[in-house]
Ligand binder design. Structure first.
Ligand code: IFM
Length: 496
């Protein structure tokens, strides 16, 4: 790795602050039918015509399943403190329950050992959306309460196998997408389109979270292991006081539907009221909330942008929005596209200040609960430049995005936020769900034809941050800048 960026000399993270990178099984592993893996709902969904961009599937993805050693070596060169990956439930239990695929467990056990041998702490997510298809067929997936109990058993098996070595556990990743995009809007697997089902799925994810935390507490033996959940708690902002109601509505259905039961042991009264047209909440059984509400060691948050909302002034009660609604109550909310912001390749507004304020606010809301940024990053179109000197991706925009959010995290720390780590999304370019392989989030480029990996400029910057713990300025010394420029013009006569 090139580590010659100009050092700021200040903005240093504490020595125990965790800097790392994140991925998810279905997005990078490939090997969909290898090693005894069973089918997941994302295999079925992505193979259904029209569900993903260009019919993309995760069959091969970045082929991490067969290139684990290469990827471990890349991580080592990045000086990462931690690597967050998810376990593919159908790789460990092909039918979701009963039978364990030892080969699948061994794959993850070796990955954990490979990380530890390189001084990288393993951060494991149990569910990053690739539910075994068999559980969808048998129980209706997360619509079924039985899936929560199957998840508990799966957590127990993984906890027993890896619990002596894993540093941080996360039960679910972004249960919001899992439930509301998977069972409500139909944008994600399994493609359900019922708000009632989405709310039911959300509850079963909350319940399964609590059951899995209990299972991990029974099985994990590493003394300093920490148990958490990765929520994409949205930073919701209404720009005028009249629109505060829109912020309340979205905050209830997107954030407090999870933080309520998991962190406070209750569903917010306003959420129950807001959603009563869709469900009577009869799936909420006595004793469930006590299970959902387990003490956590860490709160994982994924941050990408601020959600600016206002009330939809064209809303007519009882009248359906054209084209349906994305989530319960969405007919009353308008998401404001702020034209004053720079935007990512996903058309998401770039606001590092939002991350800073969010970390400070969440630390106040949940005192005593350390927070880890478990995902933050951006997609931009990349160009691989090749010359006699080799290949290079000069992704200055991505590097700027990451640097500005790392700085925001540091400012939050200075303002007293209880933030203990930052993991960049993502280590590798990968399968971006329904958007397929177009958006590239990696700090390492993946050529999807040859599967060759090329570290991008952003990864060199990140490697220097991890090694020095002081935020490097995104400026190359004059000599290196001249080298990059001559490389760029040699490789791409039109320049970039
Ligand atoms: O790629 C996803 C990831 O799986 C979950 N969080 C957001 C990322 C970017 O969209």
């Amino acid at each position: 790795m090139y580590e010659g960026f100009v050092q700021s000399g200040h903005l240093t993270f504490p020595s125990d602050f965790i800097l790392g990178a994140a991925t998810a099984a279905y997005q990078i592993e490939g090997g969909a039918t290898e090693g005894g893996r069973g089918p997941s709902i994302w295999d079925s969904f992505s193979h259904t015509p029209g569900k993903t961009e260009d019919g993309a599937t995760g069959d091969v993805a970045a082929d991490h399943f067969n290139r684990t050693h290469t990827d471990l070596e890349l991580m080592s060169a990045l000086n990462l403190d931690a690597y967050r990956f998810s376990i593919s439930w159908p790789r460990v239990m092909p039918a979701g329950e009963d039978v364990v695929n030892q080969e699948g467990l061994t794959f993850y056990s070796r990955l954990v050992d490979g990380l530890l041998a390189r001084g990288i702490e393993p951060v494991v997510t149990l569910n990053h959306w690739d539910l075994p298809q068999a559980l969808e067929d048998k129980y209706g997936g997360w619509r079924g309460r039985e899936t929560a109990y199957a998840f508990e058993k799966y957590a127990e098996i993984v906890g027993a196998a890896l619990g002596d070595r894993v540093a941080v556990w996360s039960t679910h990743n972004e249960p919001w997408n899992n439930s509301f995009s998977g069972y409500g809007s139909g944008a994600f697997a399994p493609g359900g389109t019922s708000h009632a089902d989405a709310l039911k799925a959300a509850h079963h994810l909350n319940l399964s979270h609590g059951l899995a935390v209990q299972a991990l507490r029974r099985t994990v033996t590493r003394a300093d292991a920490r148990i958490s959940v990765a929520l994409n708690v949205f930073r919701v902002e209404a720009d005028t006081p009249e629109d505060a109601e829109a912020a309340r509505l979205f905050d209830a259905v997107a954030n407090r539907v999870f933080t309520g039961p998991m962190l406070r042991g209750e569903y917010p009264a306003d959420l129950l009221e807001d959603t009563k047209a869709f469900t009577d909440w009869s799936f909420l059984q006595p004793g469930d909330l006590e299970i959902c509400h387990q003490p956590l060691d860490l709160l994982g948050i994924n941050y990408y942008e601020v959600m600016h909302v206002r009330l939809d002034r064209s809303y007519v009660p009882g009248q359906d929005k054209k084209g349906g609604t994305a989530f319960p109550g969405s007919e009353r909310i308008e998401f404001v596209r702020r034209e004053d912001l720079e935007r990512t390749g996903m058309d998401w507004g770039i606001e590092p200040r939002g991350l800073e304020d969010h970390l400070v606010a969440l630390s106040r809301e949940f005192p005593g609960l350390p927070i880890m940024v478990m995902e933050n990053g951006t997609a931009f179109p990349d160009e691989v430049l090749t010359s006699e000197a080799g290949s290079f991706v000069v992704d200055r925009q991505r590097a700027r995005y990451i640097a500005s959010h790392v700085e925001a995290t540091h400012r939050a720390l200075e303002r007293g936020a209880n933030v203990v780590g930052y993991l960049v999304w993502s280590l590798l370019d990968n399968f971006e769900w329904a958007a397929g392989y177009g958006p590239r989030f990696g700090i390492i480029h993946v050529d999807y034809d040859t599967l060759e990996r090329t570290p991008k400029l952003s990864s060199h910057w990140f490697a220097q941050l991890c090694a020095s713990r002081t935020i490097p300025i995104l400026v190359l010394p004059a000599e290196e800048e001249a080298r990059v420029r001559s490389f760029v013009s040699a490789a791409s006569p039109t320049g970039i």
